[in-house]
Design a binder for this molecule. Structure first.
Ligand code: ADP
Ligand code: MG
Length: 196
């Protein structure tokens, strides 16, 4: 069970979040819809444990993966190393199998800069799923993609979720994405923002 309670989050005098509660059962997929600037990324950083400067409590599993809007790959490491270096103890064979799964086996030795943006995003997805996370956090991972590429990425994400069965917390401002990937949709709104 994942339990999230954010009583208050502020940057200086500016209160961004207030009174948020959200529980996720194992394997549950929740989408958080909200407009740009409302506090979605701030909320996810708190859930992920990256931001600890808030009032409240988060009970989360140890094994978490995060996919950001931009693929945050290690530029000077190979595609394969982007998977293995971020998962200590991961057998190289498992990393190669995951690259095969996302259609990038032939790119294992390439550097991220040699890949197209779509391929880089597939590496980021492979890196997220290869550790079999109990909680997968997605921060608007499909924005700024053309419709065909977005569709390809959403379909790949859907099938990897079906195979791996993590709890999923997706934030997006696109309702269609929320409906596609979430089995439950909540909205983040207001200033300071809360979940409704
Ligand atoms: P969203 O992801 O929904 O677009 P964010 O969580 O990025 O929104 O931002 C919510 C609000 O918090 C915005 O007003 C933003 O300017 C502010 N904010 C985010 N990060 C910081 C920061 N590190 N310092 C000050 N203000 C911030
Ligand atoms: Mg954001």
């Amino acid at each position: 069970m994942i339990r999230i309670h954010v009583r208050r989050k502020a940057f200086g005098d500016t209160e961004v979040l207030r009174g948020l509660r959200l529980d996720l059962a194992p394997g549950e997929r929740v989408a958080v819809l909200g407009p740009s600037g409302v506090g979605k990324s701030t909320f996810l950083r708190i859930v992920a444990g990256v931001d600890r400067a808030f009032e409240g409590e988060v009970q989360r599993p140890d094994n978490i993966a995060i996919v950001f809007q931009e693929p945050t790959l290690l530029r000077w490491r190979s595609v394969l190393q982007n998977l293995t270096l971020t998962h200590p103890g991961l057998p190289e064979e498992s990393a190669r199998a995951m690259l095969r799964r996302v259609g990038l086996e032939a790119k294992a030795g390439d550097y991220p800069g040699q890949l197209s943006l779509g391929q880089q995003r597939r590496v980021a997805l492979a890196r997220a799923f290869v550790g079999r996370p109990e909680l997968l956090i997605l921060d608007e991972p499909f924005v700024s993609l053309d419709p065909a590429l977005a569709e390809e990425m959403i379909a790949l994400t859907e099938s990897l979720i079906a195979e791996t069965r993590p709890a999923v917390l997706l934030v997006t401002h696109v309702r269609a994405e929320a409906e596609r990937l979430g089995e439950r949709i909540v909205r983040l709104e207001g200033s300071p923002a809360t979940l409704v």
